[in-house]
Design a protein around this ligand. Sequence first.
Ligand SMILES: [Cu+2]
Length: 137
Amino acid sequence: MTGSRNPVVVFQYHMKTITSSLLKILALLVVTVGLLAPRVSMAADQASAVTGEVVDLMCYLDHGAKGAKHAGCCAKCIGSGGPVGILTADNELYLVIGSHKPMNEELVAFAAKTVTVSGKLVERNGMKMVENAVLQK
Ligand SMILES: [Cu+2]
């Protein structure tokens, strides 16, 4: 990576890193979910779960970009650290954040795809957010 500023190269490098750490996380998640399955289903009540399309907020808020034909751009925007959100079937838009840290690396693989996250739903000044979000799918 030394000296290379080509955004495509940087993006590909990050995708490789992201993919390998994602696989580790997924493996860990499978084990954890298996062990905690009864507790998780009890804790993940309807009020604290959100299902919808993973969108990059830069493009969605600016010009409503979403769906399969925007998937590439969405992955690029999320991969570069842009804010990531979930758009529900009812057109509710949530900023999605992990436990005091971004979830971009985890969600980039799901750009423009439908996911469910559980977490704490908050709203202030008309802006909605899922925090401490945990990817369910
Ligand atoms: Cu985009």
